[in-house]
Design a protein around this ligand. Structure first.
Ligand SMILES: *Cc1c(COP(=O)(O)O)cnc(C)c1O
Length: 281
């Protein structure tokens, strides 16, 4: 058996069936809205998440940035976790390219934000302060699954304080499979959700942003501005559709393998375990 590369769930290769789906994808110019496979992926993702609209992006970083820019105007503020991808791992794009001020809060050990701290971080309507516009959460975050109870309380607080909401759901299917809850239930109430197709789902590229029609419409303009308008992108969207149809249930296998590894390679019977990692330097 060859080396198993455990650096990330991004280190995947399309299966033969996925490549076949890509090869026979119908395509058109997606900047003109003419790519039937992209349109299909966007519509099916929206339906799956119980949202009004979907939009296909080349990467999750661009999808998160476009979403944050769709929510927040220049100089407005997003409340976000210190450990959140949108804050920590996206090159400061929201600030640099979106002129959005992040208000980072320390994540609790379970990955959530203390809702009393969120409440206290919302700025009063006073010209000293940036306008607090958005609460951005992430699920899963750092491998931790956030449950529906917490999300419901966070959304209730956001609504009470007049904030809009974005969920970085790059790995929302991992959370859904772990919790045994469909993604539409897990994401209900969020204004926008960004969903990675190229992590555990195994597509070579792509993220879909789903959410309210007006926000997704705005994000489409921003996507073009950020250089994310792709042409015959149906070849990539076909991989995403194939992943949504065939790879979601298989995340349970990844979870089982990850749990075995977490218990320690040594705990596996030495020698013959099928998931014994071969570390490369
Ligand atoms: C991977 C990831 C993204 C987006 O990453 P890209 O590599 O730009 O697709 C966003 N959020 C989280 C939580 C991620 O893990």
């Amino acid at each position: 058996m060859g080396t198993i590369d455990l650096r990330s769930d991004t280190v995947t290769r399309p299966t033969a069936a996925m490549r076949a789906a890509m090869a026979k994808a119908e395509v058109g110019d997606d900047v003109f809205g003419d790519d039937p496979t992209v349109n299909d992926l966007e519509a099916r993702s929206a339906a799956m998440f119980g949202m009004e609209a979907g939009l296909f992006f080349p990467s999750g970083t661009q999808s998160n940035l476009a979403a944050l820019m769709a929510h927040c105007g220049r100089g407005e503020e997003v409340i976000v976790g210190q450990d959140a991808h949108t804050y920590r791992y996206e090159g400061g794009g929201a600030a640099v390219l979106g002129s959005i001020q992040p208000q980072p809060l320390q994540n609790l050990p379970d990955g959530t934000l203390d809702l009393a701290m969120v409440d206290a971080a919302v700025k009063p309507d006073d010209s000293h302060f940036a306008v607090t516009r958005l609460l951005a959460l992430e699920n899963t975050i750092g491998g931790k699954v956030i449950g529906r109870d917490y999300l419901a309380r966070a959304l209730t607080l956001a609504w009470k304080r007049g904030l809009s909401t974005h969920l970085d759901g790059a790995r929302i299917f991992n959370a859904a499979v772990k919790l045994g809850s469909p993604v539409n239930a897990l994401c209900a109430g969020f204004d926008t959700v960004s969903v990675c197709l190229s992590k555990g789902l195994g597509a070579p590229a792509g993220t879909v942003l789903v959410g309210h029609q007006a926000l997704v419409h705005r994000a489409r303009r921003i996507r073009k501005m950020l250089g994310g308008g792709m042409r015959q992108a149906g070849i990539l969207a076909a991989a995403g559709l194939h992943a949504l149809e065939n790879h979601v249930a298989r995340l349970a296998e990844d979870h089982a393998n990850a749990e075995r590894l977490a218990k320690g390679p040594r705990a596996q019977a030495s020698g013959s375990s099928p998931c014994r990692p071969t570390w490369s330097s």
